[in-house]
Design a protein around this ligand. Structure first.
Ligand code: PMP
Length: 366
């Protein structure tokens, strides 16, 4: 449609999960469990919640000091300087701003074909030629193929680690070798939305490239700290890139309540958030095992969700996901990523997963 800029694909908006309320109303259900958006069932944590409540009475003010203070905390946490840190209202907002600050019409952009879809949409919006590279058979970024597709027009490479929707990590040594051979004109944007759920934090240690290579690292408070509804993310990079970012994003691109929650979580909720992480990883293991017993093949997850291939002979993912929804469980159909036999399931609470597994067993035996 010529109304919209650069082929925005209006028939396929970012896959929006159905809400619990919508599903409950539509199918006349008392109970709906949402395991479709990789949310954290245990948050907000104690100090974070109280700080957010307290922040309400200061909402007449712009969040000036709040930005400065949180940026300092994040710099300290990551062994960087405040000039290396900027905020945004969620990683999604940051991804959009990064596309704005880098991409000229005609630039080439490399992404994985089966990854977070916003990279493609915002890159295209900015007029990039987007080159999609399939994941390997074991759901890793195919870095040899990325390497081969780099030309002198390549501007940006988006890497998601752990990857959404597969939950898999790309081998750290391979990523490092890739980074070491990166031509000077190319920027690598690493989306680490789920990094805190992985076995090793900052896996290929991208932070050490800051200042040496053209790299920016994006993180969010939506997952590990469970503040998805507050909308807060941050980006780490060299001072020039951070300054460019802050120039093109709107002033005060997040709010006092989100910043209060994030600052308190970082300072005072470490024990509680790590306890929740432990529960999530334990339940993830149980979920993988139970799905295995049902005949699913589950990719090795390093995130708070699992990517599971339906048993041989089962109906396709769309059919299964719709049947689950009618039974009060929301999970993600991976067909839009080119995986018509895979579903993506968030690791909710133990009780939510039990509910999911009982409904799944029912659906598959019908
Ligand atoms: N990146 C990835 C890989 C994601 O999965 C998500 C959310 N599901 C985001 C970014 C956006 O997260 P938010 O805007 O909530 O920080």
């Amino acid at each position: 449609d010529a109304t919209f800029r650069n082929e925005v694909n209006v028939t396929q908006p970012y896959i929006q999960g159905e809400t619990e309320d919508e599903v409950a109303r539509k199918y006349h259900l008392d109970k709906v469990v949402k395991l479709g958006s990789n949310e954290n069932p245990y948050a907000p944590y104690y100090h974070s919640k109280n700080a957010m409540i307290r922040s309400i009475s200061t909402l007449n003010r712009y969040p000036e000091d709040d930005f400065v203070n949180l940026i300092q905390l994040l710099a300290d946490e990551n062994g960087l300087k405040p000039e290396n840190v900027a905020l945004g209202s969620g990683a999604g907002n940051i991804i959009e701003t990064v596309a704005k600050m880098f991409i000229n019409a005609g630039d080439e952009v490399l992404i994985a074909k089966q990854s977070y879809r916003l990279y493609r949409e915002v890159s295209r919006l900015m007029g990039a030629k987007v080159i999609e590279i399939p994941l390997t058979d074991d759901y890793q970024f195919d870095l040899d193929d990325f390497q081969q597709k780099i030309t002198d027009k390549t501007k940006l490479i988006w890497i998601c680690n752990p990857n959404n929707p597969t939950g898999t990590l790309t081998d750290a040594a391979k990523l490092e070798a890739f980074m070491d051979h990166l031509p000077d004109n190319v920027w690598v944007i690493v989306d680490e939305a789920y990094a805190q759920f992985a076995d090793h934090l900052s896996l290929a240690n991208f932070l050490r490239y800051i200042g040496h290579k053209r790299v920016m690292v994006i993180r969010t408070f939506s997952k590990f700290y469970g503040l998805a509804g507050a909308r807060l993310g941050y980006v780490l990079g060299d001072p020039e890139a951070i300054q460019a970012y802050d120039t093109v994003t709107e002033p005060f691109n997040t709010n006092r309540t989100a910043i209060a929650g994030a600052s308190a979580a970082l300072q005072f909720d470490q024990i509680e958030s790590n306890k929740a992480r432990k529960k999530i990883l334990g339940d993830r293991e149980g979920l993988v095992e139970s799905l295995g017993l049902l005949g699913f093949r589950v990719a090795p997850s390093q995130a708070n969700f699992v990517f599971a291939q339906l048993p041989d002979g089962a109906p396709d993912a769309t059919t299964v996901v719709n049947a689950l929804m009618k039974n009060g469980v929301i999970v993600r159909d991976c067909t839009p990523w080119g995986y018509p036999h895979h579903i993506r399931v968030t690791v909710g609470t133990h009780a939510e997963l039990e509910f999911f597994l009982s409904k799944l067993t029912e659906v598959l035996s019908n």
